[in-house]
Design a protein around this ligand. Structure first.
Ligand SMILES: *[C@@H]1O[C@H](CO)[C@@H](O)[C@H](O)[C@H]1NC(C)=O
Ligand SMILES: *[C@@H]1O[C@H](CO)[C@@H](O)[C@H](O)[C@H]1NC(C)=O
Length: 213
C-alpha cells in the first residue's frame, strides 16, 4: 500500500508543480471539467472492485469485521451527522463545482455496506481494510489516469481553482468537524491510512502540513 500511494503522490506532485505558472486564473468551464473528470473516473474498473469486495467478504475476516462494524447504528449515526453538518455541506458544494459528486460516492458505499452479507463475524477479530485496499490498488490504472489528467487543460485549470486559500479553508473546516475526525481515526484503526492520503493531497496542492491545518 505504501509503495503505490507514495508513487501516486510523487506523480501528483510532479503533475501539479509541472504546470505552467499562469498569471491569471482562467474561469472554469463546468461542463468541460465534468466531461474530462468522467473520462478519468471511467478508467476505474468498478466491476473488478465489486468483485474484489465480494471476494474479501467471503475470505477476509478483518474485512468482514470492518463491514459488520459499519453496519451498526453507531456508525450510521456518525455518517448521518457528518452529512447534516453545514460545514460538510459547504465542502460538498465546493467540490460539486469542480464536477465531483460526493453524495454519489457515499450512496454507492452505503448500498454496498447495507447489502453486504458478513456471515458469522468473530467479535474479537481485528477490523482491517488493508488487504482489500491493496487489491483495489492493484486494479486502478493510476498511470493511465495521470496521463489522461495531463492531457486535459480544463482539469489543470480546475486545480488552480482548488489551490486557493478559500478552498483550503472550506476543506480544513470540514476536516475539523469532530465526527469527521472520529471517522478518519476509525478508518486508520482499520488500517486504511486516510491521514497519509490527506498529507499527500495537502502537499500536492501546496497547502502545507495537513496535521497542523
Ligand atoms: C488483534 O491485534 C492484536 C494487536 O496486533 C493482536 O495482539 C491480537 O492477537 C489480534 N487478535 C486477533 C483475533 O487476531
Ligand atoms: C477485471 O475483471 C475482468 C473480468 O473478470 C478481467 O478480465 C480483467 O482482467 C480484470 N481487470 C483487472 C485490472 O484485474
Amino acid at each position: 500500500m505504501k509503495v503505490s500511494l507514495t508513487l501516486f503522490a510523487t506523480l501528483l506532485v510532479y503533475v501539479v508543480f509541472g504546470l505552467e505558472p499562469e498569471t491569471t486564473v482562467v474561469p472554469l468551464d463546468k461542463d468541460q471539467v465534468k466531461e474530462e473528470l468522467n473520462e478519468i473516473i471511467s478508467l476505474i474498473p468498478r466491476d473488478n472492485i465489486t468483485e474484489i469486495a465480494n471476494s474479501h467478504l467471503a475470505h477476509d475476516e478483518g474485512f468482514r469485521a470492518a463491514i459488520y462494524y459499519m453496519q451498526q447504528p453507531e456508525w450510521r449515526a456518525m455518517v448521518d451527522s457528518i452529512r447534516a453538518n453545514p460545514k460538510w455541506i459547504a465542502f460538498k458544494e465546493m467540490v460539486s463545482k469542480f464536477g465531483l459528486d460526493i453524495d454519489q460516492l457515499i450512496k454507492c458505499t452505503k448500498t454496498f455496506i447495507e447489502n453486504a452479507n458478513v456471515g458469522d463475524v468473530d467479535p474479537k477479530a481485528n477490523r482491517s481494510l488493508a488487504a482489500f485496499v491493496k487489491d483495489v490498488e492493484g486494479v486502478i490504472p493510476i498511470g493511465q489516469m495521470l496521463v489522461t489528467f495531463g492531457k486535459n487543460k480544463n482539469l489543470q485549470n480546475m486545480l488552480q481553482h482548488i489551490q486557493t486559500d478559500e478552498s483550503k479553508a472550506v476543506v480544513v473546516d470540514a476536516l475539523n468537524i469532530p465526527e469527521v475526525k472520529k471517522y478518519v481515526q476509525e478508518l486508520s484503526d482499520m488500517e486504511l491510512n486516510v491521514k497519509e492520503v490527506l498529507t499527500f493531497v495537502f502537499a500536492a496542492l501546496g497547502w502545507g502540513n495537513f496535521e497542523s491545518a
